[in-house]
Design a protein around this ligand. Sequence first.
Ligand SMILES: Cc1cc2nc3c(=O)[nH]c(=O)nc-3n(C[C@H](O)[C@H](O)[C@H](O)COP(=O)(O)OP(=O)(O)OC[C@H]3O[C@@H](n4cnc5c(N)ncnc54)[C@H](O)[C@@H]3O)c2cc1C
Length: 511
Amino acid sequence: MSRVQVVWFKRDLRVHDHAPLFHAAAVGPVLPVFAIEPEQWQTPDSALRHWQFAAESLCDLSQALATLHLPLCCWQGDVVTLLEALKARYGDFALRSHQETGNDWSFSRDQRVAAWCRQHGISWHQPRQHGIVRGLQKRHRWEAQWEALMAAPRYPAPQNARAANGWEAFHHVPSEQLATLALGVDQTPCPERQLGGRREGHALWQSFITRRGRRYRGSLSKPLLAWEFGSRLSPHLAWGTLSMREIAQSLRRQRQKHTDNAQWAASLRAFTSRLYWHCHFMQKLESAPSMEHHTLHPALRGLRERDPKAPRLIAWQRGHTGVPLVDACMRSLIATGWLNFRMRAMLISFATFGLGLHWREPALHLARLFTDYEPGIHYPQVQMQSGATGTNALRVYNPIKQAADNDPDGAFVARWVPELARLPLEWRSMPWALPASLRQRFDFSPGKDYPLPHDFDAEARYWKSQLYQLRRSPQAREASQKLVSALASQRRPKTGKRQKTPPNQLSLFDK
Ligand SMILES: Cc1cc2nc3c(=O)[nH]c(=O)nc-3n(C[C@H](O)[C@H](O)[C@H](O)COP(=O)(O)OP(=O)(O)OC[C@H]3O[C@@H](n4cnc5c(N)ncnc54)[C@H](O)[C@@H]3O)c2cc1C
């Protein structure tokens, strides 16, 4: 009799282009399982919005599996305990899941699972779902393997699957109860959160490639426009309701369709490079997992360490810093769970340069607020935007300039910081400077109706000069070179010539 094939769903909640499910169905009876691990939901980067998105996606997955005559067993408890129970029921079995680049907690959990499998002679098959290479030493030719993975044929949903007998013993939580499960996570409500599930993800993608995506390129940095014309696929890619490869392949077809339309072509080119960045950043955490906890560059460790309960941190977390665009971004993020790239970068840059906070607490706060929280993108981005990598040029975003460039009519600030909506545009991004002669007219008193800000400009200048100074020593330069060779993209050959992309592949090298 063939062995039971346990398919462990993680952050890959779909039946399409799912290698573990496809291979499992080809060789034996299948037991699809998702483990709700209480410990995971107690980590300081977990939040209710993540769980709600996952729960909706699990309901959708359960329905999709039902059409393949398979159950979805939602097990509540530790995975190793699940493996013990599976062994007691089936004896020998095979475990199949996608490789995961997660946080420290999921990495340690996977190590425990690997040790258990070795001890009990259970084979654990872990194909890749993203372009991340485990154990990679050098980035040389990394892009070529990314291209090859994205161009490879997708796995269809298996039509011939058989469910393993006795699966009911591993099914603790019915789908309809998932969303209301008490996990003890951060409860911050998110009334405008994106909904989970493959159907939602698919609809978003369709509207993006047929309509919204045309204006992608010119809208990316603007918080209101990016909400409409950005893909907003991020939580779907983070929870795997869509596969990166299906998006990459669909995108390639669209790019071929739109070669004659300059606006579409430029937007889809820009979008292509974002898909590549997804894996490029995740590879950094895979190769240097300590960056979840520690400043990447050794010369910069110990800098900006303060009491995490500092009033500045709390003001930033609540959107009450007195800097309108910063506060609007934070309040909108709390309510929607999403923010565009430029505004995320500005929030971290403001916390670390403008307020002089260490990056770690702000990183955890944002992780809890992003429905799309993806550790592999998040920590490398946070370190880069806070100047902690020591290798990139320091980019400090000035919130007043950002407001002028990216919210020129003040509509975003007016929506999320309504106490400023009555001010004329020229004072909306710096209400502290409202002349005394106008205060009565607009019934607005800085410091009373809206907080006065910290001198973020002087603070940012100070930290910028500190960081540049620390980066200058010979030891710091040597450490920078090592980091660049281990983690930076080697996108261009050393000759400086552009690589020629084979005609059937995505081009990642366009500007
Ligand atoms: C401090 C900081 C933290 C971030 N944390 C996360 C995170 O936890 N999860 C997350 O998915 N993204 C994160 N990003 C990257 C980026 O802001 C989001 O991916 C993007 O805003 C999501 O919106 P979208 O799906 O409409 O993106 P689009 O612009 O439509 O891009 C499509 C996809 O490409 C990927 N992508 C886009 N921009 C980037 C980027 N700069 N780096 C890496 N991948 C990218 C995402 O998977 C995204 O869904 C972070 C950025 C910063 C500055």
